[in-house]
Design a protein around this ligand. Structure first.
Ligand SMILES: Nc1ncnc2c1ncn2[C@@H]1O[C@H](COP(=O)(O)OP(=O)(O)OP(=O)(O)O)[C@@H](O)[C@H]1O
Length: 356
């Protein structure tokens, strides 16, 4: 009968079904315990994702192999690898962004919400601007194809330049922006059907000249879990996601569906941002929780991700000379909150960006 070390060696040759690395490389063989008298072995393995059909397949193979090696009964348990290990080995390469991005080092972050009006576009715009304020190279796709609002929010009046078969995004507050709004006449409604929307989105990646050194590409998704959100998940398997909710428990409940969709399609949710969290009186500093309390925290707990920040109610300061109605100035109290959230995000990907 095999010894514990021999079993570890044997199991180390199996591949993690999602990361495509051996369990030896991922340190995925956690426990091996043998009861020689009963010819029983019990093993505990860590893989990138449990509860999947891939787990079932590796489970079958391991059990068969151990039985072939002389064990009469096999106990097998699975756990998930730590997030750092998954990040380290997460497959990268053209096949993972389907050749859609100029650089495999670009971090793609989709901003999603369960329902409309919670401030998803406002959050997308301000995160993009604050990452740019930190010196990062940032692109923003207004993928809210029916309800585009990014150009208005950022006070964009220019249109992209088209040269040959390339579209050059508009640059505003240091962010390269592309939006459906640039391609429709006079704010006309978009009445295209699903497949055409997918095509439009592909064009935003392939025909837009993003440059080959983009650190972050943010996508303002349409609300909910519809076609476009699904397209993004399928087109860009390595994209990350941030979920925006209001503090109301019902909003958080609906937002959980967007989170569940990301998780089901193997996308990493970076965290939750709670918007419209409270109103703070500028005179007394007193906080009023107008839309309820606790939704962001509850959602973050449910998705097992951090609550990246809570943004109070408030408008940016009016600036006649540089009108951008939804962008909070760097010194504005809400601008400072956005900057902190952008720092948290940039820190998370520091290694990836610096190794470009
Ligand atoms: N923290 C806030 N304080 C005050 N107003 C806000 C705040 N966040 C967003 N708003 C306002 O709420 C409205 C909805 O915001 P926004 O368009 O960003 O939401 P959305 O989730 O993207 O909506 P949709 O998906 O339906 O387009 C806008 O008028 C925006 O200016």
């Amino acid at each position: 009968m095999l010894t514990e070390n021999e079993v570890r060696e044997l199991l180390g040759n199996f591949q993690d079904p999602i990361l495509h690395k051996t369990l030896k490389e991922t340190d995925g063989v956690i426990e091996v315990s043998i009861k020689e008298d009963k010819k029983h072995i019990s093993v505990k393995l860590a893989i990138a994702k449990t509860g999947t059909s891939e787990q079932f397949q590796i489970q079958q193979k391991v059990v068969d192999k151990l039985k072939e090696s002389g064990f009469a009964t096999v106990g097998i348990r699975f756990t998930e690898l730590p997030e750092e290990t998954i990040e380290k080995f997460r497959p990268e390469g053209p096949e993972n962004n389907n050749g859609l991005l100029p650089s495999n080092k670009t971090v793609v972050i989709a901003i999603a919400s369960g329902k409309g009006g919670v401030g998803k576009s406002t959050v997308s715009v301000n995160l993009a601007v604050n990452l740019a304020r930190m010196g990062k190279k940032v692109g923003l796709i207004d993928a809210d194809i029916y309800g585009f609002s990014v150009p208005d929010m950022m006070g964009i009046v220019d249109r992209p330049v088209v040269r040959g078969d390339k579209i050059f995004p508009v640059i505003r507050h240091g962010v390269k922006v592309i939006s459906m709004a640039f391609f429709v006449e006079e704010n006309a409604p978009v009445i295209w059907r699903g497949p055409m929307l997918g095509k439009m989105l592909t064009s935003f990646f392939t025909e837009v000249e993003w440059g080959d050194d983009l650190d972050f590409l943010l996508l303002d998704l349409p609300p909910g879990t519809g076609d476009v959100a699904l397209d993004v998940h399928q087109m860009l398997p390595t994209s990350k996601e941030i979920i925006v909710t209001t503090p109301h428990p019902t909003a958080a409940f609906v937002a959980a569906r967007a989170g569940a969709m990301a998780i089901q399609t193997n996308h990493q949710v970076l965290g939750v941002i709670e918007n419209m969290s409270y109103y703070e009186s500028r005179k007394t500093g007193e906080k009023a929780y107008i839309f309820g309390q606790g939704g962001g925290e509850k959602l973050a707990e449910e998705l097992k991700v951090p609550l990246l920040g809570q943004i109070p109610l408030g408008q940016p300061d009016w600036d006649e000379d540089d009108f951008a109605p939804a962008i909070y100035q760097i010194k504005h109290p809400i601008g400072k909150i956005y900057f902190k959230i952008a720092e948290k995000i940039a820190d998370k990907f520091e290694n990836k960006i610096n190794n470009k």
